[in-house]
Design a binder for this molecule. Structure first.
Ligand code: DGL
Length: 217
């Protein structure tokens, strides 16, 4: 079974790494758009057009499913992709607002995402639907994807950010940009038992199994 993974940059590889552990027999092909990353502050129309061009190798490879391992692209472009390529199974990701809002005990959660994701209509809808009465903090992480892409993840102040969020009573932190999956270990270490760090790789694996059947992957 062939699974394509698309992201603007190396966030896709973090997701692919976990998928290859969950689905060891699947062939996983990763494609990114290194030339144009980051996408997270670009106009929506441009993100749609860049994605449509960059994703072609995966369409041509006749993947059984393509994971859009990018919150930003899922948010603004997945409807377009599904219309453009109606025979393809697209698996998108979205910020884990629902599980965070369901599990919080303090009533304060944090979502770490790109400016485009945070400003999107679909994210607003997620909050309205699932997080009514929950305080959602959204710290500015605009520079993080570029730093991580440039191999400078150690310059991202994740410990400081997690510390400040916990000071504000946050008990669930959602990594809603796949680039930030590379910061997960550091975030979890800093959070200790005070906050839970969520990201969607395992949920993507389950979605693929339910879509394609466990035997085929
Ligand atoms: N990895 C992408 C995401 O999940 C964002 C990185 C970018 O800004 O291109 O949103």
């Amino acid at each position: 079974m062939k699974i394509g993974v698309f992201d603007s940059g190396i966030g896709g590889r973090a997701v692919a790494k976990r998928l290859s552990e969950l689905l060891p027999d699947a062939e996983i092909i990763c494609v990114d758009d290194h030339e144009h990353v980051p996408y997270g502050s670009r106009p929506e129309e441009e993100i749609i057009q860049l994605t449509d061009t960059a994703i072609h190798p995966l369409i041509d490879a006749k993947c059984d499913a393509i994971v859009i391992a990018c919150n930003t692209v899922t948010t603004v472009a997945i409807t377009h992709l599904r219309t453009e390529y109606p025979d393809m199974n697209f698996v998108g990701i979205e910020p884990m607002v629902k599980p965070a809002a369901t599990q919080t005990k303090s009533g304060v959660i944090a979502v770490l995402a790109t400016p485009v994701t945070l400003a999107s209509h679909s994210y607003k809808l997620l909050k309205e639907t699932w997080a009514e009465g929950v305080i959602v903090l959204e710290p500015d992480t605009t520079s993080w994807a570029s730093l991580i892409e440039a191999g400078k993840a150690d310059e991202v102040p994740i410990e400081e950010t997690v510390f400040q969020l916990i000071e504000q009573n946050v008990d669930i932190i959602v990594l809603a940009c796949t680039h930030y999956h590379w910061l997960k270990e550091r975030a979890v270490t800093e959070a200790g038992s005070r906050a839970l760090v969520l990201e969607p790789s395992d949920a993507i694996g389950s979605r693929i199994i339910s879509l394609l059947g466990s035997e085929s992957v």
